[in-house]
Write a protein that binds this ligand. Sequence first.
Ligand SMILES: NC(=O)c1ccc[n+]([C@@H]2O[C@H](COP(=O)([O-])OP(=O)(O)OC[C@H]3O[C@@H](n4cnc5c(N)ncnc54)[C@H](OP(=O)(O)O)[C@@H]3O)[C@@H](O)[C@H]2O)c1
Length: 283
Amino acid sequence: MKYAVTAATGNFGQTAVKELNKLVGVDNVVVIARNSAKAVKLFAENEVRTGDYEDLASMTKALAGIDRVLFISSQPGGKVDRATAQGNVVKAMVADDVKFVAYVSFPNAQESTTPLATDHRLTENAIKEAGIGHAFLRDNWYLENEIGFLQSGAANQDALYWANNKAGWALERDYAEAAAKVVAGNAAQEVYEFAGQPRSYEELGAALKEATGNDFKVKQVSHDEYVKALESSGLDNATAELFASFQAPIESGDLAEGSDDLAKALGRPVTPIVDAIKEILAR
Ligand SMILES: NC(=O)c1ccc[n+]([C@@H]2O[C@H](COP(=O)([O-])OP(=O)(O)OC[C@H]3O[C@@H](n4cnc5c(N)ncnc54)[C@H](OP(=O)(O)O)[C@@H]3O)[C@@H](O)[C@H]2O)c1
């Protein structure tokens, strides 16, 4: 049985490949990356193949002979729009007769009103229509998204936020380990809503105080005040708006649903939030 991980050179992919190597053996794991030189440096013992989502021919070549794929979603903003680029991956899997794909998706992807969910919904639909065996790994927010909030508290400065709802934050490495476990085994579920315990920013701030021993203020501000605060810390307007937009799916409630799918797939508890915060701040 041959396994492949696509977009393997990112943070998620690097953990997922290491976990999959442990589970099924390095000889059975093919690493697929658009930058194969970077992949060779990262994964000296794995077979590396070049595969760019924007190039159907390269993906078809890369996935030849592969049985089970961990399909990591790419980032928006490429030369080809993300839904089309990811559609190439699906077409390549069909051409290569891939038997199973675990796709890294978005919480509640079929119903979510968040614009970020659209590409994921289209990709899930393309996989279903193609008739490939699948599991959808719908990842809630990576705790790493909150690095600005966490670093403010660590520096004993006000920790600001604007979104007044909950998210199921967990370490990215927990999501990646669970993804490797799903692709390695016989997936028991078609859909996994992967999440940590839903928390508000006030609750995240309380965990941050415990992790750092600091007693800073956790302050809700308006969206515009939040953007201004990011700009005054040195970010340009476009980057500040982008960072602020990561809280929009929290404000809308799209990330508030709880689920124990992540702990079940991991076969252990999700990394406790205080430990997870300490781990990120120590990097
Ligand atoms: N739920 C959340 O909170 C959350 C947060 C962040 C990201 N995400 C999603 O999770 C995915 C993995 O996150 P990450 O932290 O690993 O992101 P990352 O470190 O930015 O890695 C993104 C990966 O996608 C690859 N990639 C981008 N465009 C590609 C293309 N056209 N063809 C092939 N590979 C391509 C990149 O390749 P290079 O190394 O060559 O750039 C890189 O390996 C993201 O792409 C995003 O869809 C979710």
